[in-house]
Design a protein around this ligand. Sequence first.
Ligand code: MEV
Length: 420
Amino acid sequence: MSESSSRIPGFYKLSIQERRHLLRLRADLTEDDLLALESGGLDTVAADRVVENVVGIYALPLGLGLNFRVNGRDVLVPMAVEEPSVIAAASNAARMARQGGGFEADADDPIMTAQVELLGIADLPRARARISAATDELLALVNAALPRLTERGGGPRGLDVRTSYHPARVIVHLHIDCRDAMGANMVNTAAETVAERLAVLTGGRSGLRILTNLCDRRLVRVRTRVPAAALATVDLDGAAVRDGIVAASRFAEDDPYRAATHNKGIMNGVDAVVMATGNDWRGVEAGAHAFAATTGRYRPLAVWRVSEGGDLLGRLEMPMPVGTVGGSVKAHAGARLAQRILGPTVTSAGELAMIIGSAGLASNLAALRALCTDGIQRGHMALHGRWIGETGVERAAPARLAALGAKNPSGNGPGQGGLT
Ligand code: MEV
């Protein structure tokens, strides 16, 4: 195992200090860097600058997703989440995926879209034609309003015009490359910048001017190939588990009620990394579910099939509006630390998106594997029991945890996966 490997067997058995020591070595951090881990990365002075009416800090546990290999590179994945077993599950699934090479991912350019609504227009076809004819002028206005973005190689990339008749409405979509920022502020600035000019061009008045969270030009795609043998449990062979996972995928493809829960399992991994890295999880959630419904029917964001050679193939596609610069990424020492944990190669928004998507696909794999074998409650309650024990309500004896497989790195572990 190299110093930079994301595979750290027995990590869960170490004390927090020992885990931090290993983290320091791998992520090239100093003791001072780790202070953010103790304080949560935010003090009340900083918090008071971030939001309003501050009276304190609300903390979440931060853990490491282990075993992740994304595009051939090992990465430790910071995850902030309150739900027991999410981190263990993602790590366990990443270990299975690793046996087939890990996750392969790609991301679109970081294009966000602003919407400008125009109302009170008498002649919709004429309005559409006038906007199209003024495209260069409108994009130049956006460029001038976002000079720093343009310097960084981003900026407007085009516009589309949509119309609807009842009521008569023109909606202009401005597509803007936000580089390494999530970009909400820039995109909203762009929308407000061009709105009055659009009103004049169309002879109408401007309505709403705001980004769309259905950022379907900013997708991430993740694929994994898991050898069937890697999926085996104590009771079931790998092929049976693989087929169970595919059947679970088909259930989600057929039934929106199941798809919602399937996608919730994906968001367990996605949101945890989005939170840890200081990104806007509400935006990611809104985009994910809107994208899942674009065909008119709510669909799973990830599906599973069997390859010709008998491996399990997973494929995820979803919007991923996240950034590595700007906003709370700057204000939050914990978010900055999370970025350093991800390593020097994860500097762009696209690379971060690929890691987040991989955490989502891993979480989905872990959940489906647990559901089609033991169910999730047995192990979930084992991990939950650790917490109850500490509160004195109920103590989960170590022997009971062991009996439930909570410390079984070989796989048939608790909750949505196992500790690794
Ligand atoms: C629980 O947080 C997530 C699951 O319900 C996901 C799923 O059902 O696929 C286990």
